[in-house]
Write a protein that binds this ligand. Structure first.
Ligand SMILES: O=C[C@H](O)COP(=O)(O)O
Length: 251
């Protein structure tokens, strides 16, 4: 059995002015300094705060990431940010293919794959998000949709050291609904099985996070599942004590 260190990642989405973000990070760092923790903790603030949060975290174990990157290194892409720029200001990770970007910006798995490849080239770990809609689940297509997204979004050169997968059923995001532990266990098992097609036995080291209304009340049950190696948390990552309680559930 391969030991995988849990990753507890917070996606702040489009939330947080400078003072809020820095206060949140200060609270998390204070907790991290309480002692060695059996998990990695990552925050992904909005682009405006990545540099400040990274600077505030340098003397701690808190990791910092972006919420998206462009697939190119530089160029005429107004409003976009490259993986190299994130790396330059201290990020170590970047989320790609979040369902909100797939929906709001029509990002296909092909684009997500290119973004993950750019993240790797820049020296960042890509957190590739995959997940089915409620209609797809109702039609019995969840496993097929998620497997397809996984295989289509994983770039060549992906390894468990530069890639994390986040399974986020779209219908569970920000809704208070969570997939049942049985559904999550089945999906994560399937994702690992499919990952073997691309990564071979290295897939046993791949971290697969669950995301979708994770909160202190359900974290322990979800994080105890065999193939759940952490969480990608939205709303509850905006409160120090809630996010910390979720992380502690991983220990
Ligand atoms: O990236 C995080 C997910 O979209 C989950 O968000 P949520 O915890 O607010 O449901």
């Amino acid at each position: 059995m391969t030991a995988r260190r849990p990753l507890i990642a917070g996606n702040w989405k489009m939330n947080g002015l400078r003072a809020d973000g820095l206060k949140l990070v200060e609270g998390l760092i204070a907790h991290l300094r309480e002692g060695d923790q059996p998990f990695d903790m990552l925050v992904c603030p909005p682009m405006t705060l990545v540099a400040d949060v990274a600077a505030a975290s340098t003397a701690s174990t808190l990791l910092v990431g972006g919420q998206d990157c462009h697939q190119n290194e530089k160029g005429a892409h107004t409003g976009d940010t490259s993986a190299w720029m994130l790396k330059d200001v201290g990020a170590t990770h970047v989320i790609v293919g979040h369902s909100e970007r797939r929906a709001d910006h029509a990002e296909s798995s092909e684009v997500v794959k290119a973004k993950a490849g750019a993240a790797h080239a820049a020296g960042l770990t890509a957190i590739i998000c995959i997940g089915e809609t409620e209609d797809e689940r109702d039609r019995g297509e969840a496993l097929a949709v998620v497997s397809g997204q996984l295989l289509d979004s994983l770039p060549d050169g992906a390894t468990p050291d530069n890639t994390v997968i986040a399974y986020e059923p779209v219908w569970a995001i920000g809704t208070g609904k969570t997939a049942t532990p049985d559904d999550v266990a089945e999906m994560h098992g399937e994702i690992r099985k499919k990952a073997h097609e691309k990564l071979g036995s290295e897939a046993n080291r791949l971290r697969i996070l669950y995301g979708g209304s994770v909160k202190p009340a359900n974290a322990e049950e979800l994080l105890a599942l065999t193939d759940v190696d952490g969480a990608l948390v939205g709303g509850a990552s905006l409160k120090v004590e809630d996010f910390w309680a979720i992380a502690k559930a991983a220990g």
